[in-house]
Design a protein around this ligand. Structure first.
Ligand code: 13P
Length: 252
């Protein structure tokens, strides 16, 4: 379903107390202010369960930052979709560029992770986006198309109703350099066109496509006002309560 969504990817930040405090404060703010956007927070996995208990799911949803590509068994350090589902978790970030870069995640691995999410009724926030050299070589359209198709072609079409996409140009992540609202809109419209061409109009119209990469309280309004941008996946600014609530409020 195409919802407005603002998701905070906390990455490997915040200690236990700060994570609970931020989650609790956000929950109270959402309850009081009833923003248009669905709010999601994505803490480190050790805090998932306690945050699920600390927030009310009608106000704040919780997402893992990853999911195993495997069902179960001898995969030390992995957390399976079934395990995530068993604590009541409904969302998972999959294929973030930092995992592609530092953990060697390929499109093929990401396709398996998406399958595990779908199989366990978890809504994936599937990340795609080009690197700086690919943008400079004007290959960004090809890159996102191949990331999309390599990961989605093997999925069951009916599972795609759970899909959320996050377009995050790697050159804009943590750099303070945002894609301009026009650049972001252009590629979001293109992503929707690829979805339409490959999977049909329903998938294209019903998939939320979030923008990520240096979203902050100042630029959120301009970015979110673009027609094909349904919200944001926010890193650094999601760790600061005052900034993050302004970003949520900007998503209408
Ligand atoms: O990677 C991101 C969210 O997943 C974006 O991070 P920043 O908002 O810190 O650029």
């Amino acid at each position: 379903m195409r919802d407005k969504i603002v998701a905070g990817n906390w990455k490997m930040n915040l200690n236990f107390e700060d994570a609970i405090q931020l989650g609790t404060n956000l929950n109270a703010w959402v309850a009081d202010n009833q923003p248009d956007a669905q709010v999601i927070i994505s803490p480190s996995s050790i805090y998932l369960q306690v945050l699920l208990e600390a927030v009310d799911e009608q106000y704040v949803k919780v997402a893992s930052q990853d999911i195993s590509a495997h069902d179960k068994g001898a995969y030390t350090g992995d957390i399976s979709g079934e395990q995530l589902d068993s604590i009541g978790l409904d969302f998972a970030i999959i294929g973030h560029s930092e995992r592609r870069e530092y953990q060697g995640e390929t499109d093929a691995i990401i396709a398996e992770k998406l399958k595990q999410a779908f199989k366990n009724q978890i809504n994936p926030i599937f990340c795609i986006g080009e690197k700086l050299e690919e943008r400079e070589a004007e290959q960004h359209f090809e890159v996102v198309k191949s990331q999309l198709l390599n990961a989605l072609k093997s999925q069951n079409i009916e599972d795609l109703s759970r899909l959320i996409i996050a377009y995050e140009p790697v050159w804009a992540i943590g750099t303070g350099k945002t894609a301009s609202p026009e650049q972001a809109q252009e590629i979001h419209a293109y992503i929707r066109k690829v979805l339409n061409d490959e999977f049909g109009v329903e998938v294209a119209n019903e998939t939320s496509i979030l923008y990520g990469g240096s979203v902050n309280a100042q630029n959120a309004n301009d970015i979110f006002s673009q027609p094909d941008i349904d919200g944001g996946l926010v890193g650094g600014a999601s760790l600061k309560y005052e900034d993050f609530i302004q970003i949520i409020a900007a998503c209408k």
